[in-house]
Write a protein that binds this ligand. Structure first.
Ligand code: SF4
Length: 423
């Protein structure tokens, strides 16, 4: 039997660099449980010649990742689509699951199983337990990475440049250095913009040993809301006991921060920036209170906040609320990372008359080296200085237009600077 595994985001998003855990688990299942020879489980990096396989799996995380026409209208039986509050729904015996999740048949006979939020958003069927709790195949992407290395090496040779393998491999660090998985799953908040709508609580999902590869240096947790799990302490203890650096991929829920959590987190062997979320201006006072709690523990560590914009509205009020959140974060020497809201059908900020303002703010904030040095006005001026043709650059134009209509807001926010605040 030959199995093809396709990570649709890898094929459809040129700069995508994060392994698809479902693909790694499916590969792990066929190699470790079904015991297929490793060469019979292939990461396909195109949609060609799929008829040469006995079964094809396609997983997709992002709704806007392009896929071939024949994959655009796949569906799943109603009973498999998860309903809110049913954590066990979809956990079928593997044979049944394989039969039911077929979304397409190549030449009318070769089954293609499709899955993931990219296809079914918040109703994506779960994997059957036997696959879900399988050790991921962390080597699924090895050949693809080697191909990329060879291509880059050849390109460097042609251009007469030196090729640094280790430097080039940094972009693949999540594929090569991390054990990846969930200790808990679920979230009780049901934020309107979030794909995580299936559950009403945070629950224990798997033991660390299920996905921990002792040979890998680090651990990446995909938990939706780790500190929303009441018994988080022993889990954090297990992570610390591995002596490996670990990180949470999703923004942590700052609203749940207590001195206890802050102490445990900031004294742990955390990997890189601590990342939280500040999605809603209505949480302003609460986040302010939590930033005060965090302050004595932060001690110069890098803390980043995802700042969701363009969800509540895409007018001047949303821009004002964005700057208000940026200002608060700045005061506590935290970095904002602007996330422009989009769902599977639309990106409302793109249709807004203020879309250039959204782009300018995101470009200013999402480049920490720039954000740490320049105010928004200075950033727009720096862009203007690089423009070689007459007229204003888009950032400067957006800033000027906004300032003309909302001079008080411009005065309040356009000149504030990260470097004016101390940690
Ligand atoms: S708190 Fe986070 S994980 Fe939970 S629903 Fe909101 S955005 Fe999603």
């Amino acid at each position: 039997m030959k199995i093809a595994v396709i990570d649709a985001d890898l094929l459809g998003r040129r700069r995508h660099r994060f392994p698809n855990l479902v693909c790694e688990k499916i590969s792990g299942y066929y190699k470790q449980v079904v015991k297929l020879p490793p060469e019979n489980v292939v990461l396909k990096t195109d949609y060609e010649h799929l008829e040469e396989f006995d079964r094809v799996f396609i997983a997709k995380v992002f709704t806007d990742t392009p896929v071939p026409e024949w994959l655009q209208h796949v569906s799943q039986p109603k009973e498999l689509l998860i309903r809110v509050g049913r954590p066990d729904a979809g956990a079928l015996p593997v044979e049944k699951w394989l039969e039911k999740t077929v979304g397409y048949k190549i030449n009318g006979k070769i089954p293609v199983n499709v899955g993931g939020t990219g296809f079914f958003f918040d109703r994506a069927p779960n994997l059957p337990d036997v696959i879900e709790h399988c050790m991921p195949d962390y080597h699924l992407y090895d050949n693809w990475i080697e191909e990329k290395v060879e291509q880059a090496k050849k390109k460097a040779e042609c251009e007469g440049r030196e090729f640094h393998r280790s430097r080039f491999l940094v972009q693949f660090k999540e594929y090569l250095e991390y054990s990846i998985g969930y200790l808990t799953r679920g979230c009780f908040r049901h934020c309107g913009f979030c794909v995580n709508q299936k559950y009403n609580r945070v629950f224990r999902h798997s033991h660390l040993t299920e996905f921990l590869d002792r040979d890998r240096k680090k651990i990446c947790l995909l938990d939706d809301n780790f500190f929303g799990y009441l018994d988080w302490r022993p889990l954090l203890g297990e992570l610390v006991a591995t002596r490996k650096r670990f990180k949470f991929k999703q923004g942590m829920d700052e609203r749940l921060l207590t001195p206890d959590i802050a102490k445990a987190l900031f004294t742990s062997n955390y990997d890189g920036d601590f990342t939280f979320a500040f999605d809603n201006i209505s949480d302003y006072d609460l986040i302010h209170e939590k930033l005060e709690i965090m302050k004595p523990y932060k001690k110069g560590r890098s803390v980043k906040f995802y700042v969701l914009v363009g969800f509540a509205s895409t007018d001047w009020k949303d821009i004002r609320d964005t700057f208000r959140r940026i200002e608060l974060l700045m005061q506590y020497h935290c970095l904002p990372y602007i996330m422009r809201y989009q769902n599977k059908n639309e990106a409302p900020w793109k249709a807004s008359p203020l879309h250039a303002m959204y782009v300018a703010i995101a470009r200013w904030c999402n480049q920490p080296n720039i954000f740490k040095k320049m105010s928004f006005r200075e950033f727009c001026k720096a862009n203007q200085a690089m423009k070689k043709t007459p007229g204003y650059c888009s950032a400067m134009q957006a800033m000027k237009d906004f300032e003309m209509r909302h001079p008080t807001l411009a005065e309040e926010f356009f000149d504030m600077k990260y470097s004016d605040y101390s940690d």
